[in-house]
Design a protein around this ligand. Structure first.
Ligand SMILES: Nc1ncnc2c1ncn2[C@@H]1O[C@H](COP(=O)(O)OP(=O)(O)OP(=O)(O)O)[C@@H](O)[C@H]1O
Ligand SMILES: [Mg+2]
Length: 495
């Protein structure tokens, strides 16, 4: 009896150890032969054969939280990765939040299973926990709980798993961690990246009011850029991309920069050129920037005189005591930071026409983005941001006004924020649009009047000149009388 239960227990243990299925099969056959009546033997043998056929194809890999004293990177990566695979059908989940993060993290609990499909193969994950004894010189033997993942898969996918699946998990977990990371904005003082603060700008492409088509183009451009490491290598170009944002104040240039950083999960390096004394200092700062970061130079037209490159050439003999346009161009062309990769460079300006054509030349800044006044697309986004509405009886009227009136998204936002009551807020906006329309009509009228005045001034000046000319030629001082004198004469021939 004792030997029988021992044999059964051994069989059970073997059954759970997929790596030793062949041995288990042999043992099971022995058990069948020894303990089952002959008529049941053939039936049981067939069943066991099928079962082991299936099990022998299944392999299990154990991924422990720690290996000895070392933490296991693969376990951490799998934890992050599997978090993204949690499905609503799972019965037991765990929730946690640390004080320094403002997010609740959901993970799955011990004994829950997750099935993941990768490159056509099925991987079955289960989190388990087991008690182990640990000897310690101080406390002697203590028991600890060790977490581990059991990963089961068909043995034919073993190579795929070892070569691709684990690296996929490690790669994805890096991305997930990057997405969870708090973004920073770093500023320079003189020639050093001096202090960083958390970037908590809430702008995203979703909340940005701009032409829908332009928004889509920018998002696609960014997404393509980050995927193109190999492409840039192949064409021999630094893995960088430059954007020039231009438009009047309050049209969302800085908001777009924040949206780009939030979208790519890149830190921002906000460079104040006025803090710098030379191109060398500029180089030092660029070299000190990490990968996956965004260099931002706002109001580039105000930071440095970028109008006349010829002047720069003329003063070339001067010591390098300022940041020059060619310094900036080198930074755009990526000459000083060929070691760095995955960089975005963004310049902003309110006045594109003040920039040197060298900076605007094709191939220099990859995309020129015009941030314009608020149109119907932009207004819809703002109405949804501030009042969670996507339609309202007054939208049509507003759309019509927006076609005529130049108003910035910042001005529209301000009106929408004035009241929680959407009707009051929209009424305020309509009043603003009417006021602006009136102002611009008056301005137009004034401009036309001044044009007329100029024309009139010009005419009277011309008349005055003609008068003086006639005076000097004829000695007659009264214009009326000149007309009388010359009468029908051919003036040009006479004069
Ligand atoms: N396109 C936009 N979409 C959403 N909100 C906007 C947009 N433009 C402006 N705003 C609102 O107006 C505020 C000011 O906009 P922002 O600072 O982005 O403008 P800017 O173009 O950078 O102006 P400046 O030229 O003065 O630097 C933002 O915080 C935001 O609330
Ligand atoms: Mg700005």
């Amino acid at each position: 009896m004792e030997s029988r239960s021992k044999a059964m227990e051994t069989t059970k243990n073997y059954l759970t150890t997929a790596a030793s299925v062949a041995a288990s099969a042999m043992l099971a056959r022995t058990v069948i032969n020894e303990f089952l009546p002959s008529e049941l033997r053939s039936l049981a043998s067939m069943g066991i054969h099928k079962l082991f056929g299936r099990l022998s194809a299944e392999q299990t890999i154990i991924i422990r939280q720690t290996e000895g004293l070392n933490s296991n990177e693969l376990y951490d990566a799998a934890s992050s990765y599997l978090r993204t695979k949690i499905s609503p059908t799972m019965k037991r989940l765990r929730a946690s939040k640390s004080e320094d993060k403002n997010k609740v993290v959901i993970t799955f609990d011990v004994d829950e299973e997750i099935i993941d499909i990768f490159q056509g193969a099925e991987y079955k994950w289960k989190l388990t926990s087991q008690e182990e004894t640990q000897s310690n010189s101080r406390y002697g033997e203590t028991s600890i709980q060790v977490r581990l993942f059991e990963l089961k898969f068909h043995s034919k996918y073993k190579d795929v798993m070892l070569n691709n699946y684990f690296s996929h998990i490690l790669e994805r977990s890096k991305e997930i961690k990057a997405a969870d990371r708090q973004l920073k904005i770093t500023m320079n003082q003189y020639d050093e990246w001096h202090y960083s603060i958390e970037l908590n700008h809430p702008a995203t492409f979703g909340t940005l009011a701009m032409d829908a088509e332009l928004k889509r183009t920018i998002m696609e451009d960014l997404a393509r850029f980050v995927k193109r490491k190999e492409y840039y290598k192949r064409i021999g170009k630094a893995w960088k991309r430059g954007y020039l944002l231009f438009g009047p104040p309050g049209t969302g240039k800085s908001s777009l920069i924040a949206a780009m950083a939030n979208y790519l999960r890149f830190d921002i390096y906000d460079l104040d050129l006025k803090e710098l004394c030379s191109n060398t200092e500029l180089k030092t700062l660029l070299v000190g920037m990490p990968n996956k970061s965004m260099l931002v130079i706002e109001d580039i037209d105000c930071s440095i005189d970028l109008r006349n490159r010829d002047e720069e050439k003329e003063t070339k003999s001067k010591p390098e005591d300022e940041v020059t346009l060619s310094g900036i161009l080198n930074c755009v062309d990526g000459l000083w930071s060929t070691s760095g990769e995955e960089r975005i460079i963004v310049f902003t300006t309110n006045y594109k026409d003040r920039l040197d054509p060298a900076l605007l030349r094709p191939g220099r800044m990859d995309m020129h983005i015009h941030m314009g006044h608020c149109g119907p697309d932009g207004f819809r986004v703002l109405a949804s941001n501030y009042h969670c509405i996507d339609d309202h009886p007054r939208f049509e009227e507003i759309d019509e006004l927006l076609k005529e009136v130049e108003v910035t998204p910042a001005e529209v936002s301000e009106e929408l924020l004035r009241s929680d009551d959407v009707d009051i807020a929209l009424r305020g906006l309509i009043q603003l649009l009417h006021k602006k329309r009136k102002e611009s009509q008056e301005e137009k009228r004034r401009a036309e009047d001044s044009q007329d005045n100029k024309q009139r001034d010009g005419d009277s000046k011309q008349i005055e000149e003609e008068k003086q000319h006639v005076e000097s030629e004829t000695g007659v001082s009264d214009y009326e009388s000149i007309e009388e004198i010359i009468g029908d004469q051919d003036w040009s021939r006479d004069v």
